[in-house]
Design a protein around this ligand. Structure first.
Ligand code: C2E
Ligand code: CA
Ligand code: CA
Length: 346
């Protein structure tokens, strides 16, 4: 292939396991330092196995698969052998389809691929729905519904998260305007912001541009960020958070309890809301839920509002209400809803 890449063609083999054994033996042969040199030079070998099972195979296709196999070994695993299977090829094709869909959504060619669902947030003290969390989905023809757990990760790796995040924010602003038009200007919308967005220098300017047609919407806007963004980047993150706060946007710390930051560290963060991760809520009624109670008390002492995520049962709801949690989110109240259903839910 090129420079330091070679192709070995094996004529006839009994099984993939036989090819894997052969690859293992080749790698073992190179485990000792190269001979015939005065220095100890090690060769770091990686082998991608592509099985040619189709008589109409093309050399180009096999080389292409082998290159992707090597690329996968170098970038995504610590293994030194990979069998390039149908599964890997399909996963890569799916990733490509999702990437293309995101690009065309961002370019405005297929805005309809991006869909926002809204999960109601219930205020325990007033017994009202006071807000929604915007949760993004993609609907791609022939692929179907793609969850954010899958495409946000791809967007982050493929450098698309910044423009995609802006497209999401624009939609959220449209929804805020609709809420206002239907007489619900007091209802807020919370939107997830990736660390890669928040830490970009241009982020605050991009937000300013998006809100310019409806600046009063900012007071009904919450940005959810995770603590992993803040760790190690506190200075730049806080600078941007401060500017966002000045625009009237509130900041919520998402998934609290899953990272490393302690309650003490919350004092250094420029935030207004704490969202307790669903893993804590899931423990209510099982083991000792004392920690959830302590988080609520401490957060209140720091002047933060507390949202409990992933509330699914009456027992959890009762516990959280008794311990002064401010806002409840979860299937017990409602699943995420379409824009239309969300407004009707109010
Ligand atoms: P998250 O911010 O922690 O969002 C909550 C997730 O929990 C949502 O999944 C929601 O549907 C789900 N959920 C809500 N209530 C319950 C419940 O009672 N039980 C259970 N088992 N699950 C519940 P979803 O919509 O699949 O979102 C997953 C993650 O994707 C989000 O986690 C968030 O990190 C990310 N995400 C979603 N939308 C966006 C977005 O617009 N931008 C960015 N950067 N990330 C997003
Ligand atoms: Ca969230
Ligand atoms: Ca969360």
């Amino acid at each position: 292939m090129v420079a330091d890449k070679f192709v070995i063609v094996v004529n006839r083999h009994a099984s993939i396991a036989e090819l894997e054994n052969l690859a293992r033996r080749i790698i073992e042969d190179y485990e000792n330092p190269a001979i015939n040199t005065h220095k100890h030079e090690y060769l770091n070998l990686k082998i991608a196995i592509c099985e040619i099972y189709d008589p109409s195979f093309s050399v180009g296709r096999v080389l292409h698969d082998a290159s992707i196999g090597i690329d996968t070994l170098e970038n995504y695993t610590s293994q030194d052998i990979i069998v390039f299977t149908h599964g890997i090829r399909n996963a890569l094709l799916r990733e490509e389809t999702i990437e293309k869909a995101m690009i065309s959504t961002i370019a405005g060619e297929h805005k309809e691929y991006l869909l926002l669902h809204y999960q109601p947030l219930f205020d325990v003290k007033t017994n009202n729905i006071v807000g929604f969390e915007a949760l993004a989905r993609l609907t791609i023809p022939d692929t179907g519904l793609v969850t954010p757990a899958e495409f946000i990760n791809i967007a982050e790796r493929r450098n698309l998260i910044f423009p995609l995040g802006n497209a999401i924010l624009k939609e959220v602003f449209e929804f805020l305007r609709q809420l206002k038009d239907s007489g619900h200007s007091d209802v807020f919308v919370s939107v997830n912001i990736s660390g890669l967005q928040l830490l970009r220098d241009e982020f605050v300017d991009a937000v300013r541009k998006i809100i310019s047609s409806f600046p009063e919407g900012c007071k009904s806007l919450v940005f959810e960020i995770t603590e992993s963004v803040l760790v190690g980047n506190l200075e730049i993150a806080n600078k941007n958070l401060k500017e966002l706060r000045e625009l009237g946007i509130s900041i919520a710390l998402d998934d609290f309890g899953t990272g490393y930051s302690s309650l003490a560290e919350l004092c250094d963060m420029d935030i207004n809301v704490l969202k307790i991760d669903h893993t804590f809520i899931g423990r209510i009624g099982q083991n000792d839920p004392i920690i959830t109670q302590d988080i609520i008390t401490m957060a209140h002492r720091l002047g933060l509002k507390v949202v409990a995520e992933g509330v699914e049962s009456e027992q959890q709801m009762k516990y959280l209400t008794e311990h002064g949690c401010d806002i409840i989110q979860g299937y017990y109240i409602s699943k995420p809803l379409s824009e239309h259903d969300a407004i009707n839910f109010l």
